[in-house]
Design a protein around this ligand. Structure first.
Ligand code: FES
Ligand code: FES
Length: 168
């Protein structure tokens, strides 16, 4: 039994009650993933599992046996930042940075959902292809809170990196 974290196989926790978030932070010392509310309300703990965004505070690590977990530490390619990471710097998409890893992982998962045609609460036509307008991005990112109020920069960073990438 093993979890695949950022491409490396790691042992699951001995205690099956340990959350994926605590396993990442406390056992593996991957502290890029943040603990905010620890109850599914803030999005700070968002990671990607097989490309889908999940809240790691609400997930038991043992549930993810054999799955590919990607954290903020796994996004860059060596010294080259992921385009969304670079866009957050370019657009001042953070202040304290506490929410940022979750915002970035969530944005990548969100864009994949949009490419699959998953509608949101503000989608006018549930069967149409998704266009990531600012309203769509705001709605789809509404589970990721930023107490510093950097949301305008966050939206700009996501639009410039992921929407441009999707249209290419
Ligand atoms: Fe997981 Fe807040 S720490 S949603
Ligand atoms: Fe501080 Fe978002 S940058 S909480």
């Amino acid at each position: 039994m093993a979890l695949i974290i950022n491409g490396s196989a790691v042992a699951p926790p001995a205690d099956p009650r340990v959350s994926l978030l605590d396993h990442l932070r406390e056992t593996l010392h991957l502290t890029g993933t943040k603990k905010g509310c620890n109850q599914g309300a803030c999005g700070a703990c968002t990671v990607l599992v097989d490309g889908e965004r999940i809240l790691s505070c609400l997930a038991l690590a043992v549930q993810y046996d054999g799955r590919q977990v990607t954290t903020i530490e796994g996004l860059a390619d060596g010294d080259a930042l992921h385009p969304v990471q670079a866009a957050f710097i370019e657009h001042d998409g953070f202040q304290c940075g506490y929410c940022t890893p979750g915002q970035i992982c969530s944005a990548i998962g969100m864009a994949a959902e949009a490419r699959r045609g998953v509608p949101s609460h503000v989608s006018a036509d549930l069967a149409a292809d998704v266009t990531l307008t600012n309203d769509e991005i705001r709605e789809r990112m509404s589970g990721n809170l930023c107490r510093c109020g950097a949301h305008n920069g966050i939206i700009d960073a996501i639009r410039d990196s992921l929407v441009t990438e999707a249209a290419a």
